[in-house]
Design a protein around this ligand. Structure first.
Ligand code: GA4
Length: 321
């Protein structure tokens, strides 16, 4: 893992020269486990390389995304509004949040993908199969990472975390974000505002255009250099709760920059089924670290998330003290 080398603070609370944690999944399992847990405790974020997701699966997903975003606005609107799934532009959530972004938000359930595909692509069966292949590959990667966490945290049921997102009724989502290029931008604009992800684990892959930033505990924003060959992994709110606050859900945002090329990210949000109970796993509750959160269902948490603004903290509402 690579972290912090003499940070240079350029201003505006943005810290350049800080390297984000990088985990090479081809290294020894015991080392990988340790690095992942350290990164989740300190940052709630890390990058994985040598992740094993086939390149052609990513390339096909990227191509389908670009094909869609390059269509006319009228054509794209036919796949919207994203309430909750489909095409959206600038509006985020239902409470007035806005960003310089357009997106496709889909549930990962194959039936739901197939239904949504009809308005997204003229070859909807190809689109569905590309999405399903991508979802399967990133879900496997997310499960592998969650199993490594479970092992390192000495949770007896090794798949305690991964089984939640592997469940057939899992409420996992896939999101394609497109940040149009803007060569004439004077200032950097917010593409997707500061927030944490409500789910368990997020896997994000972007093209070679940067924009993602993560917030460190000391309040500094760190730009994450783009790396199309890696995946960025975010701890979500639900995993913060499952680990009784030992892991932190990372606050992050996407800025739009004045590059020639537009930025596109493919984001998988691994979530439990709606009826699943989320509660700190017993091994994470000790005399020194008493239970921080009350149990709740994923449906209850989601309802709370959608009743709030993007940047609001949701986990605090479920704290016991
Ligand atoms: C953030 C993570 C995912 O993109 C998302 C977002 C969702 C939306 O865009 O509809 C939310 C946002 C996200 C958090 C709080 C609520 C819900 C917008 C919003 C204001 C799809 C998700 O699950 O939560």
């Amino acid at each position: 893992m690579v972290v912090v080398a003499s940070p240079t603070i350029i201003g505006g609370g943005i810290c350049f020269g800080v390297h984000v944690p990088v985990v090479d999944l081809s290294r020894k399992r015991s080392q990988v486990r340790e690095l992942i847990v350290k990164a989740c405790e300190e940052y709630g974020f890390f990058k994985v390389v040598n992740h094993g997701v086939p390149r052609d699966i990513i390339a096909k997903m990227e191509k389908e995304g670009l094909n869609f975003f390059h269509r006319s606005s009228l054509e794209k609107q036919k796949a919207g509004p994203a309430k909750p799934f489909g095409y959206g532009s600038k509006n985020i959530g239902f409470n007035g949040d806005m960003g310089e972004v357009e997106y496709l938000l889909l549930h990962t359930n194959p039936l739901s993908v197939s239904q949504a595909s009809k308005a997204i692509s003229s070859d909807s069966s190809n689109f569905s199969s590309v999405v399903n292949d991508y979802v399967e590959a990133v879900r496997d990667l997310a499960c592998e990472i969650l199993d490594l966490m479970g092992e390192e945290l000495r949770v007896p049921d090794k798949s305690a975390f991964s089984s939640l997102i592997r469940d057939v009724d899992s409420d996992s989502l896939i999101r394609l974000n497109h940040y149009p290029s803007a060569r004439d931008l004077k200032d950097h604009q917010v593409g997707f505002g500061e927030h944490s992800d409500p789910q368990i684990l997020t896997l994000l892959r972007s093209n070679e255009v940067g924009g993602l930033q993560i917030l460190l505990k000391d309040g500094m924003w760190v730009p994450v250099p783009p790396d199309p060959s890696s995946f960025c992994v975010n701890v979500g709110d639900a995993l913060q709760v499952l680990t009784n606050g030992r892991f932190v859900s990372v606050r992050h945002r996407a800025m739009r920059s004045n590059t020639k090329k537009s930025r596109m990210s493919l984001v998988y949000f691994g979530a439990p089924p709606l009826h699943a109970w989320i509660s700190p796993v017993p091994e994470m509750v000790t005399a020194e670290r008493p239970r921080l959160y009350r149990p709740f269902t994923w449906a209850e948490f989601k309802e709370t998330a959608y009743s709030l603004r993007l940047g609001d903290s949701r986990v605090d509402i479920f704290r016991t003290h």
